[in-house]
Write a protein that binds this ligand. Structure first.
Ligand code: NPW
Ligand code: K
Length: 551
């Protein structure tokens, strides 16, 4: 697992190290600049030999300082370098000023100007070292124009310009993954086309930041390489290991990686799906999935099948009596029982039930609300090794749109809410995508988890999971884990069943860790299946995915 730091956390780590006297800011800047050059030459080996041309845009802070180091290092390799500065050289922070002055012994610095840039020879490497973690507001118009991907595309024509971003493409907020845009007059709104600064390669220092993995980050950063700049203090290592409860402050990326090294998948997520040898089916947990009426049972059936594939010893689908025949025609290994209402549910759900999944296809209304309340009150009784895990998705969430507080009064630490953005907006309107403003998706989900008193999983290409108290993680289905074909009807129902199935097993770890594993496995199943996937394929891919976790 990899930490996704905020800008403030990164600054605190650097400052602690500098204050301890182990390293100076100037040394870190030198390592950052050298590391960026090494990463670029490794990415584009054709630039590693011979002399080439670079254009380097430096900003008014330490990100600009990195740019001056890069200029010096490339010049030493015999390159032609054009350096532009956005800002006043006399006002650069001390380390950046030193590197500016070192550079001016070798070359010139031109004030950043669009026309002057275009008058230079087209570079082989374009380096964006204008803003990194210090961005505080939208890019000034002139700079946004100079960096805009569309303008760059026209300028480069057939010439290959490789775009290297230092820490991030300038304009990206590394805490939110958003690209703040300047306010526009209302009458300009219709014509307003946001500017995008995109890189082919982004070099981050010490650790990924949140903005690299959420929001627009993955789309504008290109490949992100993390360069080790030798921050060695205690605070600079990862605080929690995947499979353990999350750190309250630092967000982690859901991936089998620890301290930037691959983690054998038998440790994670393998440990979340492993069954102990031997045992009775009840020893592996009993999941109940509540489903909808006639013609609406597909979603519940997919969730139930997935829970069984995930490893639960038994899975029972409960359906309205008039849907019994339809379900019986589709189910074999999944057991089936009629269940007319919440009273009947209380009779049926005995203390051997270890996980409940409600929502997919259930329908919106008072009946579903009553089922949800009964489920949240379910107790495993004295014999329970721990309380029942409750997964609430889709209609189980929307049924509480009018008064979410009545849901949050009953949800508890063993509850997981799994909304997509639309469902999230109904339960947490003030935290919705449209309303959250400068709040990051991660912080919005953290607030939601505190409010609901349970785990909240907000689905998306960047899936965010948070639990009360601040623990949070991100799964990014981008780059090599990109699965656009997972945006298919029923995929969410499968995820709900997968969480329930994994959480039902007595060997399952902390519920937060189960949810993280489920999200990763869900994406992995889609990845291994490939394009053409429909939701029904997902549960049947799980055995293949599980077989790859042995190593
Ligand atoms: N610290 C270290 O040891 C190391 C740091 N390293 C590097 O430093 C980077 C962080 O440096 P940083 O903190 O100086 O921030 P940075 O991104 O350069 O920008 C700050 C400047 O930009 C300005 N500004 C902001 N937004 C603006 C806007 N929209 N429009 C106009 N101006 C705007 C802002 O002005 P202000 O908001 O104060 O008015 C301030 O002047 C980090 O990303 C990494 O690359 C590495 O070398 C490793 C060692
Ligand atoms: K930058």
């Amino acid at each position: 697992m990899t930490e996704l730091l905020t800008s403030a956390q990164m600054r605190a780590i650097e400052l602690a190290e500098i204050d301890s006297g182990v390293v100076t800011g100037l040394q870190l800047m030198e390592r950052a600049g050298r590391g960026a050059v090494a990463a670029a030459l490794a990415r584009w080996p054709e630039l590693a030999t011979g002399a080439h041309r670079a254009m380097i845009l430096c900003g008014p802070g330490n990100n600009g300082g990195d740019g001056f180091v890069i200029a010096r290092r490339l010049k030493d390799r015999g390159w032609d370098i054009d350096v532009f500065l956005f800002g006043d050289a006399e006002k650069l922070p001390p380390d950046a000023k030193i590197n500016h002055d070192l550079w001016t012994e070798q070359g010139t610095v031109t004030p950043l100007d669009h026309d002057a840039m275009r008058a230079c020879g087209k570079p082989d490497l374009f380096v964006d070292a204008v803003f990194g973690t210090g961005l505080t507001r939208p890019l000034p118009d002139a700079l946004a124009d100079a960096l805009d991907a569309e303008v760059m595309r026209k300028w480069r024509g057939s010439h290959k310009i490789r775009r290297l971003a230092i820490d991030c493409p300038s304009g990206l907020n590394l805490d939110t993954g958003m690209l703040p845009q300047p306010d526009k007059d209302e009458d300009e709104d219709a014509l307003f086309v946001p500017k995008m600064n995109c890189a082919d390669l982004t070099v981050a220092f010490h650790s990924l930041k949140l903005g690299h993995k959420i929001g627009m980050g993955p789309a504008v950063c290109g490949t992100v390489e993390v360069v080790d700049i030798g921050l060695t203090g205690e605070d600079a290592t990862e605080r929690s290991m995947i499979g353990l409860p999350p750190d309250r402050e630092r967000v982690r990326l859901i991936d089998p990686i620890f301290v930037q090294k691959p983690l054998p998948t038998r440790f994670w997520p393998g440990s979340c799906v492993a069954k102990e040898v031997g045992g009775h089916k009840y020893d592996f947990g009993h999941v109940m999935v509540l489903s909808g009426g006639p013609g609406r049972g597909g979603a519940g059936r997919m969730a139930a099948r997935t829970a069984l594939r995930a490893g639960a010893g038994l899975v029972t689908l409960l359906c309205p009596p008039d849907a019994l025949q339809e379900n019986a025609c589709h189910l074999n290994a999944v057991m089936l029982r009629p269940c007319a209402d919440a009273d009947a549910f209380r009779q049926i759900a005995d203390d051997r039930v270890t996980a409940l999944c409600l929502g997919p296809g259930m329908g919106v209304g008072p009946g579903t609300r009553a089922f949800v309340r009964a489920a949240l009150a379910h107790s495993g009784g004295d014999r329970a090794w721990r309380e029942t895990a409750i997964v609430l998705d889709a209609d189980a969430l929307i049924s509480f749109e009018e008064n979410p507080a009545t849901l949050f009064a009953d949800t508890h630490a063993r509850t997981v809410l799994t909304p997509h953005e639309g469902e999230f907006a109904r339960l947490f309107p003030d935290l919705s995508q449209a309303e959250r403003g400068d709040l990051s998706k991660v912080d919005a989900v953290r607030i939601a988890a505190d409010r609901a008193g349970c785990i909240v999983l907000l689905k998306g290409v960047d899936t965010v999971i948070a639990q009360p108290g601040g623990g949070a993680s991100v799964h990014s289905a981008t780059g090599p884990r990109s699965v656009p074909w997972l945006a298919t009807a029923g995929a969410g129902d499968v995820l709900a069943g997968l969480i329930a199935g994994l959480a039902a097993m007595p060997t399952s770890p902390d519920l937060f860790c189960v949810v993280e594993a489920a999200v990763w496995l869900h994406c992995e199943a889609a990845l291994q299946f490939g394009p053409g996937l429909i939701a029904e394929d997902l549960p049947d891919m799980l055995p293949k995915v599980f077989s790859t976790l042995a190593t």
